[in-house]
Structure formats: structure tokens, C-alpha cells
Design a protein around this ligand. Sequence first.
Ligand code: ADP
Ligand code: ZN
Length: 634
Amino acid sequence: MSSLPISSDPSEQPTPLGVLGQVFGYSDFRGPQQAIVEHVIAGGDALVLMPTGGGKSLCYQIPAIARQNAGHGVTIVISPLIALMHDQVGALTEAGVSAAFLNSTQTFEESSALEKQLLANKLTLLYAAPERINTPRMRSLLASLHERGLLSLFAIDEAHCVSQWGHDFRPEYRSLSLLHETFPDVPRMALTATADALTRQDMIERLKLEDARLFLSSFDRPNIRYTIVEKTDATRQLLRFIQTEHHGEAGIVYCQSRKRVEEIAGMLEDAGIKAMAYHAGLDARLRQQRQDRFLREDGCVMVATIAFGMGIDKPDVRFVAHLDMPKNIEGYYQETGRAGRDGLPADAWMVYGLQDVVNQRRMIDTSEVASEEFKQVMRGKLDALLTLAEGTRCRRVSLLGYFGEPSSPCGNCDNCLSPPAVWDATEAARKMLSCIYRVQQASGISFGAGHIMDILRGKPTEKVVQYGHDQLSTFGIGAGLAEPQWRGVLRQLIASNLVRVNTEAFNTLQLMPDARQVLKGEVSVLLRQQAASSQAERTRRGSKSTVKTSVKGMAEATLNAGALERLGRLKAWRTDVAREHNLPPFVIFHDATLRAIAGQAPHNLQDLSGISGMGVKKLAAYGAEVLRVCAEAS
Ligand code: ADP
Ligand code: ZN
């Protein structure tokens, strides 16, 4: 039984909304949460597609509580990350829900004790990693629970891990289809923030969810501002971005390689920023330590490879920066989605350049494990990301469009805030395409970007002369544009699939079939003009405050001096409690809850009970303390 003050008499059981209020202290469901929760409580199967930060956890936690109260036993939550389970279980325990996890760090005795609790129907939620579910011991435990009618629900979190088209493929997820075969009458739900059509279809087939009801939320994260800028000096750009826009705030910086992660973390540290490196090459203990510090200490910046982040539930990450381009839009969206889960303004900021395109292409082309079919899909996905990066329309419209969701310009991305000028690059594009063509024709082999640009700009380098390319009609026809501009042209030609970088042959450039139309002058090419960066940044910063207050739910009430003092004391108190409980501070109370308390200057428990995030158990456990801390401040 749950330890909550919820009656076991069915007629007195609270509604889902009642559970939301009593246990979690929230007054309204978000988006489709209510429909999902009701469907699952009634025993239906569900596939839930919701963006990161959308509130997926409650979609299985509330059914778990309701179904356990109705006598159906335990909900098994399958989650890929062991590190995360500890905090999730901690958060549930804080809210008065009996939850536990099973993982490989536990001793035999600990596992046995848990099994006893389960068989005695004492647990509402049990978290386990997929590899755990497939052990003989777990299978026999599940069978015993099932026999007793105590297997309430399977919730498969991060369900896209089952698909090789997703970006976090985990082979162990494949065997989860066995759950359904063994226990066909137990309801199942699968949850993910990855929803491109291919992955979705694969997920449905692999997990045999054909009959499950699909709940598709809007994938929009309105509080996240998307910005993609041309890479000039990535390190300096990043430093300036953090110093001017996110001083003292928590953020994640993604880089491609371990070496670069180390370099960037070092550079940020030298600049006085609390930065740490995180990648798979580090010792597991060190990784755990750093992750804990990131979660527990205010204002840390994690510089990481994509090894970091899945399941990071920290609500107050204020920015996610990409110093290297991700593989595809799914990855980009998942990674940027880790910013601003608390609904307050946050930035998704990326720098990218020609080299990124070449690197990503090469990784696909030279992969020895992937089949040609797979490579083809990956190339298509990379192209979609390039189109996003080079595009001039609203980033959000492009992103949501990729997930099949129509929308209108958002007013909260770089392209909306300072619309990029476009220039008619038809002539430049034709020059470049014909130069690539002539060189190939004259020499019988293809050349790389640097060489082509040298010819266009009329630079008689040793190589140019050696091949006689200074004699070509295209030699010097592009002297009017500087090299960065030519780079921009080339990048966008690649993004538009007019030119391909052949990474299997020294990154040489090749014309694609559509290039012919441009060469013949049948289509014109409009390209994004790279804005003079200082101007763009001024516009951006100038507009920040207005957008901040205009996005729903984002307005931060200004606190007076008394309230600020209360907030400071409440935070200090929360740090102590969190340390005592070995949990991150936000598991005790979110910043938003503390701010609301500080602003309200509560005098009694009644005053506290209506505050968002203050459930019944937390009110009982911490109410008096919170009042005492507030009283001390005045
Ligand atoms: P996801 O797993 O979809 O990324 P979470 O379940 O971690 O998202 O929820 C994101 C945040 O939103 C959490 O801090 C959670 O407490 C909060 N949240 C979820 N649903 C609600 C709600 N109905 N009202 C208020 N806050 C909510
Ligand atoms: Zn926009």
C-alpha cells in the first residue's frame, strides 16, 4: 500500500486530479496528461510521445498510484539509466509514494528484501534497467507477482531506445517485447520524446504496440530560444555567450570528441566558470561524482559528449550549447530539450561550420558497421539538420515541421528576432558549381573545397599551377567574394543537396543531379547572409527582456527585499535538507516553489498548502520548518 493518506475504500479514492494535487502539489494537468492518465488507469495500453520536459513521469506515476490503490499491485518502470533511478525514487519517496529500484549495485540481501516487499504488495513503483528485466530471477519474480494479481502496469520509459533509427539504440530493449508475450493481460505504456515517423513506426512494431492508443503532444518548448550561428572561433564565441547571457547559471555544452570536451572545460575553468568535463572515457566514479555535482550544486556547466544527459532531470538548466553539430534533428532536439524543464526562459545555442558538415558526413560514410540502407537514412537525416541550420525561416517552424507538426513563426528564435538578410547567390552558386565541373572535367578527378576556392578567387597556389587550373576559364571569376563568403555558399550548396562532399575520397566535391538546373540558370539560389555578429547580438540581447515576460508562465514575479531574504534562507535550508537526504535540492522543492513561498510570506500551514509543488506529504514533513525559516527572515 502506498503510505499516502489515501483511502483504500474504492468509493473514497481520489480522482487523478486529486492525486495530482495531494501527492505532487500541482493544480492542473498539462496538455494531454489527464487523458493519458485516465486511459491507463482504466487498463488501456498507451504510446506517449511528449517532448522532454513535457511531464511524462506523471503519466505513469499517477496511474501507478491509482491502480495500486485499487488493488492491482506494482507498476514496473523500465528505464535505461541506473544513475537516474536513485533520484526518481528519492523524489517519489519525498512525495510519499512507496517506490524502489532494482539494480546491479544492490546486494543479494537487498534484492531479496525488495522482492518480499513486492510480494506483500507494499510497493507502488519499481524501477529497473532493461537488462535487469531479462534476468531469470526477475522473470520468475514477475511471474509470481502476476500469479497473485499484483502486476499492475509496465511503463517503458525512453522507448525509442528499442529502435536503431533512434539515437540511443539499446539492444537490451529489444527483448522487452517478451513482456507482452508472457503477460499479455498486463497493460503497457511506452514513453519517449523522440517522434520522427520512422522511429515511431519501428518502436510500435518492436514493442508490439499496434493496438495501443497513441497520445501525441505538441513538441513545442516555447520557453527555449533557438539560435544557430556560424562558427568563427568556437571557443571565444562560447565564452562570450556564457559570460554575457548566462553568467553563474547551469548549462550543458556538447562537443564531439573527448579531447575537445577536456579542452573546452579547461578553457571555461580558466575563465572562472564552474565547468566540468564528462565523457565515456572517464572513470565511472569520476563521472558519477561530476554528474552529482552538476545536479546538486548551483550554476555548474557540464562540458560533455552525448554520453551525458539522457535522463538528466535537472529542471533549471538555463542553456544547452552545441560546439559541434549533432548527427540529426532528433539528437539536437533531445539534447536542447534538456534546457528549461522548469518552463522558465532557456537558450539552445549552436555554432556550426563547413567542417562540421564534412565530419558528420565522413562518420556516416566510413562507418563499417552500418549497411548501405542505414547510411542512406543517416545522410537524409543529416541533410535535414543542415537545412535547419542554413534556413532563414523560423527555427521552431522548421523543427516542429520535421516532427510533422504545423506551427507559425515563434518570435523566440534568432531568425524571428533578427531576420537574416538573404542575398541572391544565383551567380555565385553558378560560378562555384561550374568551377567544380570544369576542374573535374579538365583533370578527370575531383578536388576539395580549399582548392576550388583558390581557383575561384584566382590564387595561383603551387597545387593550382601544378594541375594547370590557373588556365581554366573559372580561374579568378570569384575574386569579388572573400573566402568566408565562399564557404557560406558551399555550405549552403551542400545543405541544398547540390554538392556532395565525398568523404571516401579526400573530401572532394561532387556535383549532384539538381546542380544542372542551377547551372542552366533555371532556378535561382537565395542564401542566408551571415549577419555581422555584433549587430545580431545586440538585437538579441535587447529583445530578451520583452520575450521573457511574453511567453506564458515565464514571467518571474519580482521579489521585494523581504522576499529575497526569505528566498535566500529557504535555499540554504533546502541545501541542508537535500544533503541530509542525499538528494539534489530540486527534489526537495523546485526553485519555483521556493520563490512562491518567499513571495507569499506565509504565516501558517494553510497559507502553504495552495502553493504549486507543495503536496500533502511535503506539507506535513516540511511545512513547520518552512514557516520557521520564513519567520526568521522577517
Ligand atoms: P519529461 O520526463 O517529459 O522530460 P518530467 O516528467 O521530468 O518531464 O516533467 C518535467 C517537469 O514538469 C518536472 O519538474 C515536473 O515536476 C513538472 N510537471 C509535470 N507535470 C506537471 C503539472 N501538471 N503541473 C506542474 N508541473 C508539472
Ligand atoms: Zn522563430
